[in-house]
Design a protein. Structure first.
Length: 71
């Protein structure tokens, strides 16, 4: 009885060790966190040069579009 229980427990643990179904989701989660940290470092508080240039570029695009459409 105890031997059968031990064998079943060892088999279950070995199967659990080989199971890689959730590994990809965890990897994508870690990549997402790394990208969020990188974006936070680049954009900062909103007073950086990169964000100013990006805002100016989008404002320029918006003004050209409104001029082209006449609105």
């Amino acid at each position: 009885m105890m031997t059968k229980l031990y064998v079943n427990a060892v088999t279950l643990l070995n199967e659990f060790k080989r199971d890689e179904r959730g590994v990809t989701a965890i990897e994508y989660g870690l990549i997402g966190v790394a990208m969020a940290v990188a974006l936070a470092a680049i954009l900062g508080t909103g007073e950086g040069e990169f964000l100013k240039e990006l805002t100016d570029a989008f404002d320029g695009i918006a003004s050209k579009l409104s001029t082209a459409t006449g609105s």
